[in-house]
Each structure stands twice: as structure tokens, then as C-alpha cells.
Ligand binder design. Structure first.
Ligand code: TRP
Length: 332
């Protein structure tokens, strides 16, 4: 390996809320695994971000451990990457405050996620919900990150991060590396099985709309059998067949088959056969993940070791950057 050629630094985070869906896996976690070959990856369970909504303490603690276990089961490899819990590294909260003094009220007010969430939960529009993107900027900037794998819903937050970092650099010189987004190609967006016009979401109240990574095989097959399809009976990628296209995307992502190959495979067969095949491809893909997950989530000592080592390694990097920032501002 050429030591002068430093690998790009990747940072990404995921909230520990209510388990992960097939959409999280295909759109994000599968890529987290792949990126480890080419990049220097740091992956974070963002517990601090998740408390903008009230959480039961025991449930939050459990969700953080289960999320970390699932990331490991999906291939995050602590021998090659850093996996840690955001709240274990206090530099995140500290840099978030510092950056908030370089972020305008007006630009945070324009964040569409803030507007959506405050409309949805008018009873709890807390300041954390408002400054959420600043904490996310701190997460990213603390690691001199080059690439940030995110879904398109987080694009605006990344733009804000780049703006704030650029503004800070404009005042103090080259302090922060300006990160780029990394958007997965096809298969990036898995839609609801009950409404192909909206994204598959872990918070969907309709259990049939989503596949959770921990779903049992019979539940997975049942949900695919019930998936909303379109009129007609041909398995074909057409604009008026969003339900079929969604199922084709899932099947393609998991089997590596192209759309024309899938159309040929199911020529002369009905939706029923196709849905069963998609369900089976999902069951097959999730089987090894589920067995790894069950092993890891029950191995408390191993999980503790991984997360405490992760926090130590992340903290060492983050604290160097934090000191750099504190010196520039005049706090040291
Ligand atoms: N806000 C992101 C989401 O909801 C999660 C997140 C927090 C994140 N910090 C991050 C993603 C830093 C990438 C980088 O999906």
C-alpha cells in the first residue's frame, strides 16, 4: 500500500430509532460496507440527534446497542473502520455550540426537514430540532471528512455544513476540510410497499408498508405478497407501474440483475410469481445479517469493547480538530 496516498475519509451517521428497514439497508448500509474497501470510514450512531423526540431512557439505551449490533451485522468492520456512539465523544456537542455561533437563524429556518417536523409535532418544536443541522455539521467537520454518504433528504443539511465551514474558513483560514456528498446510484430509494409514491419509512404506522431487517421470513414473504402493484399483469418497468418498478429495484439491488433481465425472467408470468421471487430474494439477503445480528446483540462484552474502542479512536481524531478550532477562535 502506498502510504503517501491517503484514502478518502468517509463519515456517516444513522439515528437509533425503531430499527432499520430494507430501505436503510439497500440505500445506505450496504454502501457503508462497500466503502470500507476504498476509504477510511467512520460510522456513528447519532444518539444526540435522536433525542429531539422524547425517548424512554431504557428504550434509548437499548436502541443504541441494537443499532450498533445491526451495523456490525451489515458488515461494518471495526478492524477497518471506526464505529462509535456520538454521545460518547463530547467534542460533538462542543463543536456544535461553537458552530452555532457561525450559523444564521435565517438559514436554519429554511431547512425543509425542520419545517416538516415542526408541522408534524407542533407540541414539541424544541431548539434541538432547530439546531439539528449544526450538530450534523459538527459530526462531519470533526473528522476532516472528504465524503458523506447520505440520502437525498439530507442534501440540504450537507449544503449548510459546507456553507458554515466555508464561512468559518473565510474568517480564520483553512480550518475545516469542505466535505462532498456521496449519493448511491440506482437502488438508492426504496419506496413503501403500500404506497410507491412515498419512501419506505421505519416510522410508517402500516406494518405492511415496510420490511424491517429483523422481520421473520414468513412476515417478509407475506408483506411482499400484499405489496401494492399496478393494473395490468406484466412485469415491466413502465412509468405507470410505480409499484412494480419499486419491486424490480429491490430485486435488482439484491440479485444484481438488470431491469431487462428481470423482464425477461418473468415474461409470461404474473405478478404473483414475481412478488414471491422478490420476497425470497429479500429473505435470502437478510438471513446471514439476521444470524449475525442475533449473535452480536447478545454478546454484550463484545459490543461494549467495540463501542468503547470506537469512542476512544474517534475522540482522538475529533479532539485534535476541536483544539484547532478553539485556538483559532481564541478560546485557547
Ligand atoms: N441527519 C442524518 C439522518 O437523519 C443522520 C446524521 C447525523 C448524519 N449526523 C450525520 C449523516 C453526519 C451523515 C453525516 O439521516
Amino acid at each position: 500500500m502506498d502510504n503517501n496516498q491517503k484514502k478518502p475519509r468517509v463519515f456517516s451517521g444513522i439515528q437509533p430509532t425503531g430499527g432499520f428497514t430494507l430501505g436503510n439497508y439497500i440505500g445506505a448500509l450496504r454502501n457503508w460496507d462497500k466503502l470500507q474497501d476504498e476509504c477510511d470510514c467512520i460510522y456513528c450512531v447519532v444518539d444526540l440527534h435522536s433525542i429531539t423526540i422524547r425517548r424512554e431512557p431504557a428504550a434509548l439505551r437499548r436502541a443504541v446497542r441494537e443499532s450498533a449490533a445491526m451495523l456490525l451485522a451489515c458488515g461494518v468492520d471495526p478492524a477497518r473502520s471506526i464505529l462509535f456512539v456520538q454521545g460518547d465523544v463530547s467534542a460533538h456537542a462542543e463543536l456544535s455550540w461553537l458552530l452555532s455561533c457561525y450559523t444564521q437563524f435565517g438559514e436554519l429556518s429554511r431547512m425543509t426537514q425542520f419545517k416538516d417536523k415542526s408541522l408534524k409535532h407542533p407540541e414539541n418544536v424544541n431548539a434541538g430540532l432547530f439546531t439539528y443541522p449544526v450538530l450534523m455539521a459538527a459530526d462531519i467537520l470533526l473528522y476532516d471528512t472528504d465524503l458523506v454518504p447520505i440520502g437525498s433528504d439530507q442534501k440540504q443539511h450537507l449544503e449548510l455544513c459546507r456553507d458554515v465551514a466555508g464561512r468559518f474558513n473565510g474568517i480564520y483560514g483553512d480550518v475545516f476540510r469542505i466535505p462532498e456528498g456521496y449519493f448511491p446510484k440506482v437502488g438508492g430509494r426504496v419506496m413503501s410497499l403500500q404506497d410507491p409514491s412515498s419512501k419506505m419509512s421505519k416510522s410508517d404506522e402500516n406494518d405492511n408498508a415496510k420490511i424491517m431487517l429483523t422481520d421473520a421470513p414468513d412476515a417478509i414473504i407475506r408483506k411482499f405478497k400484499r405489496a401494492i402493484t399496478d393494473s395490468g399483469s406484466e412485469v415491466r418497468a413502465a412509468e405507470d407501474k410505480p409499484g412494480i418498478v419499486n419491486l424490480m429495484s429491490i430485486y435488482s439491488a439484491l440479485t444484481g440483475k438488470t431491469f431487462p433481465e428481470i423482464e425477461r425472467e418473468f415474461e409470461g408470468k404474473g405478478y404473483g410469481d414475481f412478488k414471491l421471487a422478490v420476497g425470497e430474494s429479500v429473505v435470502d439477503a437478510l438471513a446471514p445479517i439476521q444470524s449475525e445480528y442475533n449473535r452480536i446483540v447478545n454478546d454484550k462484552a463484545y459490543l461494549n469493547d467495540v463501542l468503547s474502542e470506537g469512542a476512544q479512536r474517534a475522540g482522538a481524531i475529533a479532539n485534535r480538530v476541536l483544539h484547532r478550532v478553539r485556538r483559532k477562535i481564541g478560546l485557547e
